[in-house]
Design a protein. Structure first.
Length: 304
């Protein structure tokens, strides 16, 4: 079976692309290796997506994927491991099957970056988490540490402050970098303190799991912080290993696409947070998905 468009990823960009493609009567399918919604589903609250006012991330993600389901967009729950070219055809491979398409949209987003310090791998999902909305309730009436100072770290720390007895923020810079409104909300919480200019040296553990962290301050002094849980928000890594041989990514792995979402390979498009871009927001991701399909339609008119 030859598809018109195959979309890799079901975050806001991918789902929007699927909706636009289906409404254009194209033979389209979306690939998802985990849960639809991407990083959106892991946010506690979204209040800057036009028309939604204030909504939980997973609720907005559910509305989006339900929209696609209602239109009959096919979703293939499998992991794409490779995208290859066969003339004008694009070959999309998973561990279980191989698919052919005229065009492909890469909308795979990002995954959380890790610190790479001692005991991190052993404690992953056993004391260290990258999703407060997923794991925050596990730390009700307990002490947690949040690493990072951007929007994700600050917003999730505010949420955790409603559950935990105490939240400690560890930020490697001299101040937070999140939006001022998010900062103001966090600073008003009475059970939150901050360590600026600090980096995590080591995670502490016993036979049951995490017990705390050791941080190094600017003056090289070390501080031990007792904690039951840690939440890391230190950046993201684009999910693009499946296209690394196509020469469409930059040195950091982000997709290089123009304002039409076109890569240098005709018929392959990038959309959403996986692209090299200035702003990564839900609203820009959905716009990317729509733009990618509109330009893919023009490409398909000339496809042979």
């Amino acid at each position: 079976m030859l598809y018109d468009i195959l979309i890799i990823g079901t975050g806001p960009a991918g789902i929007t692309a699927g909706i636009y493609a289906k409404r254009a009567n194209l033979k389209v399918a979306m690939f998802e290796k985990d849960t639809p919604g991407g990083q959106l589903s892991k946010y506690n609250e979204i209040e800057n997506y036009t028309g939604a006012k204030k909504v939980a991330g997973y609720e907005l993600a559910t509305m989006m994927i339900d929209h696609a389901y209602d239109l009959g967009v096919e979703v293939i729950y499998d992991e794409v491991t490779k995208v290859e070219l066969d003339g004008n055809k694009k070959i999309v491979k998973t561990p279980n099957a191989t698919y052919e398409s005229k065009a492909v949209i890469i909308a795979t987003g990002n995954v959380p970056r890790r610190l790479g310090v001692e005991n991190e791998d052993e404690l992953a999902m056993n004391g260290i988490s990258w999703c407060a909305i997923c794991d925050g309730p596990l730390y009700k009436d307990r002490k947690v540490v949040v690493i990072g100072g951007g929007n994700s770290a600050v917003e999730e720390a505010s949420y955790l402050s409603t559950l935990a007895t105490h939240v400690t923020i560890v930020q490697n810079l001299d101040d937070l970098t999140a939006d001022m409104k998010a900062q103001d909300i966090l600073r008003k919480q009475p059970n939150v303190d901050f360590h600026y200019g600090s980096v995590v040296k080591k995670f502490l553990k016993d036979d049951k799991g995490l017990t705390g962290v050791i941080i190094t301050k600017k003056d090289k002094s070390e501080v031990e912080i007792k904690a039951d849980g840690v939440f890391e928000y230190v950046g993201l890594i684009p999910v693009t290993t499946m296209v690394k041989d196509l020469g469409i990514t930059n040195d950091y792995g982000y997709i290089l696409a123009n304002e039409k979402m076109e890569t240098k390979v005709p018929g392959i498009y990038g959309a959403g947070d996986v692209n090299q871009k200035q702003i990564r927001q839900v609203v820009t991701a959905t716009a990317d998905g729509a733009i990618a399909v509109q330009n893919a339609l023009r490409y398909l008119e000339t496809w042979e």
